[in-house]
Design a binder for this molecule. Structure first.
Ligand SMILES: Nc1ncnc2c1ncn2[C@@H]1O[C@H](COP(=O)(O)OP(=O)(O)OP(=O)(O)O)[C@@H](O)[C@H]1O
Length: 225
């Protein structure tokens, strides 16, 4: 559904036991937008990203991602989104390259740019090593290579700078930049206010509720208002 917005939520609440991690969230994100999620620990940022990636479902409310229903059409959403979360979801027993090839098979996409993606994230020389022995930083780089290979319509990035050295942080920004140029949608949550991100919008979460903070580029002095 090319004309549908990237995200459309109405009255979405997500409970964990009695705790509302998200509370009556209404949200619309247009295709091609770059949205930055801000908010203190426990505000609901990860929950929102996981919900958009269909890792969890709403307790109440309805929503669609890329025109597909959040509950009934999860596989269509998963085919078009990539959630880069706190855990990199890699197969420890496979090599870096095998991990990427497996992802390609899983999603029915070409493996033609696997080598280039490994090269882009600085893993050309570790491509044949098993992920088992990888440091958190290497795992994050491989997860970034997976984003490059998949080129999803919607990128859901949860603290993507965590576990990154300066070079890998730059890689994250490059990947976001490339996605934007290609007209894809990016939703990114980060505490890292050092990075020169220029989102279209900032959404501030507080206790599970969303507030739109600004429609302007963010700077360190304006973002926490
Ligand atoms: N799987 C879970 N089980 C129980 N409670 C959860 C679960 N996931 C999140 N929560 C609770 O939901 C609320 C929102 O958590 P969430 O991780 O979405 O916040 P966050 O804004 O991403 O925080 P942080 O910046 O620390 O990552 C918190 O109160 C958290 O304890």
């Amino acid at each position: 559904m090319p004309s549908a917005p990237a995200v459309s939520l109405a009255g979405v609440t997500r409970l964990f036991g009695p705790v509302p991690a998200l509370l009556r969230v209404g949200l619309r994100i247009e295709r091609g937008e770059f949205v930055l999620l801000r908010g203190p620990n426990g505000a609901g940022k990860s929950t929102l990203l996981r919900l958009l990636g269909t890792a969890i479902s709403p307790t109440f409310g309805t929503g669609a991602v890329l025109g597909f229903d959040l509950v009934r059409e999860r596989s269509a959403i998963r085919a078009r989104t990539e959630l880069l979360g706190h855990r990199a979801r890699l197969y420890d027993e496979l090599t870096a390259e095998e991990n990427l090839r497996f992802v390609c098979r899983l999603h029915g996409i070409s493996a033609a740019n696997v080598t280039a993606a490994l090269d882009q994230v600085g893993m050309a020389r570790t491509a044949s090593e098993r992920v088992h022995g990888f440091s958190p930083g290497m795992r994050q780089r491989l997860a970034l290579a997976r984003l490059v290979v998949r080129a999803p319509e919607l990128l859901l990035l949860d603290e993507p700078f965590a576990a990154c050295d300066q070079e890998a942080k730059q890689l994250v920004e490059d990947i976001v930049g490339e996605a934007r140029l290609a007209g894809r949608t990016v939703v990114l949550a980060t505490h890292d206010s050092e990075r020169p991100l220029l989102p279209d919008r900032v959404l501030r979460l507080a206790a599970g509720s969303v507030n739109e903070a600004a429609r302007m580029p963010v700077t360190a002095s304006t973002e926490e208002r």
